[in-house]
Design a protein. Sequence first.
Length: 409
Amino acid sequence: MKTKLPFKGISSTALHSASNNNAEDAHLVPIYATSTFTYDSTEEGMERFESKDKEKIYSRWANPTCKAVEETIAALEAFGLKDANGKQLELKALLHSSGQAAMATMFLGNLQAGDAILSHYSLYGGTYELMHKVLADTGIETIIVDMRNVDEVAKAIAENSSIKLVHIETPANPTIQCVDIEAVSNIAKATNLIVTVDNTFATPYLQQPFKYNVDFVFHSTTKFLNGHGTAIGGILLGKDIELMKTKIWKWFALLGGNSNPFDAFLLLNGIKTLEIRMERHCQNAKQLANYLQEHYAIEKVNYTGLASHTDYEIAKKQMRDNAPVFSFELKGGLQAGITFQNKLQMCTRAVSLGTVDTLISHPASTTHFSVPRDERVKFGITDGLIRLSVGIENIEDIIADFEQALEGL
Ligand SMILES: *Cc1c(COP(=O)(O)O)cnc(C)c1O
């Protein structure tokens, strides 16, 4: 393998971090659609089985196309960061079939019955349900506090000796609350707790949690990392390489949450443009948020780039720019939300986020329709709330679509 320069930028890192062991001198990493791998001799087979990398044995254990993605995202999350000895930080990543699968490996690989997770109340729905409907049944409890108040974090840890892991999701849906990763990590590390971060909304372009001594970073790669909405996927990254290759790998390989070479190929191609996409996503989001803030039909814009957002300072401290996912509140409530969504001509009506096109959803009439009103309002999902993921279309067209859809509301 040729040695590589330490890259000075994110795009170079995204394009050139996968080890180049492509068959037949292929330019792109091939889709290694194979379930098993051959070896020339018994000795070679033995060597592979004994190795902790578990490569070229069986695709549930490791696959070369998936490996190229793992190396690339690991390089992005570690970009410019140093380890405890002042050397370039090394990370090990495992690519899963979905964000949920990666999250299951992360929690189950680190916890057992009797342990508890400490987290924030504003969480991705799937995370919240995994904690309360699945992990709870295995004897792993979740304690929820407002993590933006570090005193509450410290108090919960002091009062509950069962807390083993602190899970941070920042920024989080739908009001784009941010948690101070450094502050929470410092408190957790004072008693040696495991710290995990869901970095899906930010991507390694906007935020690198490993800077703050956390142990694991998680992404739903379905979102900005893929960027084009072509595949579901999730990745788990850890800085304790030995632990990742043994205990964490065991849960990954035996629960069978591995990704597949075709999805990995799509993801790898998506990641190549991460930096330039994010630049455009973020620039568009800023302009759209400023436009919406001035609009007569809008009560409030929840965008961390506005000084009125409660977590403006935290976002500025730990993120390169503001996440291009935000929400706003229509003065006209439920009916205005429904009408606005119906009138859109260009922006896409869909849940999810992080695709190149602008995605718009009205949670009260869709994702949270079945949640009792009192319950959803508690989590910030008010009647007129619109959630959007700003795409890379030309901003003039996005604003023109909003302008006509908001008219008369
Ligand atoms: C989408 C998402 C997940 C779950 O990932 P899937 O790929 O849908 O399984 C977890 N966390 C966040 C913040 C997400 O947006």
